[in-house]
Design a protein around this ligand. Structure first.
Ligand SMILES: NC(=O)c1ccc[n+]([C@@H]2O[C@H](COP(=O)([O-])OP(=O)(O)OC[C@H]3O[C@@H](n4cnc5c(N)ncnc54)[C@H](OP(=O)(O)O)[C@@H]3O)[C@@H](O)[C@H]2O)c1
Length: 330
């Protein structure tokens, strides 16, 4: 039985559980079964995105739980994201309406700009590619204009809060200077190997929640990208000797140690799993304490290793708003 999940109050006054359920790479019946297990286990923060192509499955499960009285809409903190193909003012209302329809809800709790670069509006597999294999880009992306359109969606009641994902420091600062409604959350790759102190500090100063994506180092990614002929060099965070030793010391799993550490740091992790045992395990992280030495060791693992640098999307780094231009290549 999972202990009670602590909540976090956001800068719009709303509350969210301090850990959520990620859904990237989960589809169809597999996700349907997994989400049933996740809701039974007690997850109440769900992360999806238009580009994950799984909003309809999530909508179907939520509808079932709401109509049979097991859940009320307000019990769930639902997050989805504007696709890069919608990164222009008119794209915001178009894609948010589509997501609401897919999810069978009147509003989402948080709507994020998925990535700072823009692609032309298109239907089909993400991302669109030219004959040269490079991703086709829309170079005219205007963050301030998109943000204003997002603010209008808060006014219209289609989302309770708005935020950013994969934005870098200067891109966030520009939004902060030019916004009527401040970003509520920043969703970034965040794990022991990539602790992003500068961004975390900026978020703390501005009362922006940090959501930690790929908190376990996304170990299943090559299975997913492999279908597209792509292989990514993945660091083995779960296999790190220090993480393993701390897990052994507390009789918990490596994933539980990491997730507990993130929550303790104030980052909201959104681990993805379709495995019933791991779904439950990832939520069962509140019945132990890390000591000062554990925390020190986990902090010292920071190595600036970014896994999801959009590398498989050849040419995307040519976009003026590509966020990781100033980082050294792996
Ligand atoms: N904003 C963005 O651009 C962005 C990018 C990436 C991810 N995200 C969000 O963040 C979520 C999480 O990130 P992620 O899916 O990349 O990676 P992750 O949560 O770090 O890792 C998921 C992988 O770890 C495995 N796993 C889960 N729990 C485990 C455990 N206790 N022990 C061992 N292995 C475990 C899963 O396999 P099984 O399913 O077989 O258990 C899956 O292969 C995504 O699902 C998505 O919602 C957002």
């Amino acid at each position: 039985m999972t202990s009670k999940i602590p909540t976090i109050t956001l800068n719009n006054g709303a509350n969210t559980p301090s850990i959520g359920y990620g859904t990237w790479q989960a589809l169809d019946e597999e996700l349907e079964r997994a989400l049933e297990t996740a809701l039974e286990a007690g997850y109440r923060h769900i992360d999806t995105a238009y580009v994950y192509q799984n909003e309809k499955v999530i909508g179907k499960v939520l509808k079932r739980w709401i109509s049979n009285g097991k859940l009320k809409r307000e019990d769930i903190f639902l997050v989805t994201k504007l696709p890069p193909a919608g990164n222009r003012p008119e794209g915001v209302v178009k894609y948010l309406k589509r997501s609401l329809e897919n999810l069978q809800v009147d509003y989402v709790d948080l709507y994020l700009i998925h990535a700072p670069f823009g692609l032309p509006d298109f239907e089909g597999d993400f991302p669109p590619k030219g004959n040269d294999g490079n991703v086709i880009l829309d170079m005219s992306t205007d963050h301030i204009a998109i943000w204003k359109a997002l603010e209008e969606q808060v006014d219209a009641g289609r989302t309770k809060a708005i935020g950013l994902s994969n934005f870098n420091k200067s891109q966030i600062e520009r939004i902060l200077k030019n916004s009527r409604i401040k970003p509520c959350a920043l969703q970034i790759e965040q794990h022991v190997y990539l602790q992003q102190k500068e961004l975390v500090d900026l978020c703390k100063e501005n009362n922006i929640l940090v959501t930690a994506y790929s908190p376990l180092g996304t170990p299943g990614m090559n299975k997913y990208f492999g279908k597209r002929g792509i292989k990514v060099d993945l660091p083995d965070i779960l296999g790190n000797p220090a993480v393993k030793a701390i897990a052994k010391k507390h009789s918990k799993t490596e994933a539980q140690v990491l997730l507990h550490f993130y929550v303790q740091q104030g980052w909201l992790p959104i681990p993805k799993s379709v495995n019933p045992e791991r779904i439950r395990q990832n939520l069962d992280i509140f019945d132990f304490q890390l000591d000062q030495q554990d925390v020190k060791e986990l902090k010292s693992l920071d190595a600036g290793i970014r896994i999801l640098d959009f590398g498989p999307f050849t040419g995307v780094d040519k976009h003026p708003e590509f966020p990781f231009k100033n980082e050294k290549q792996k």
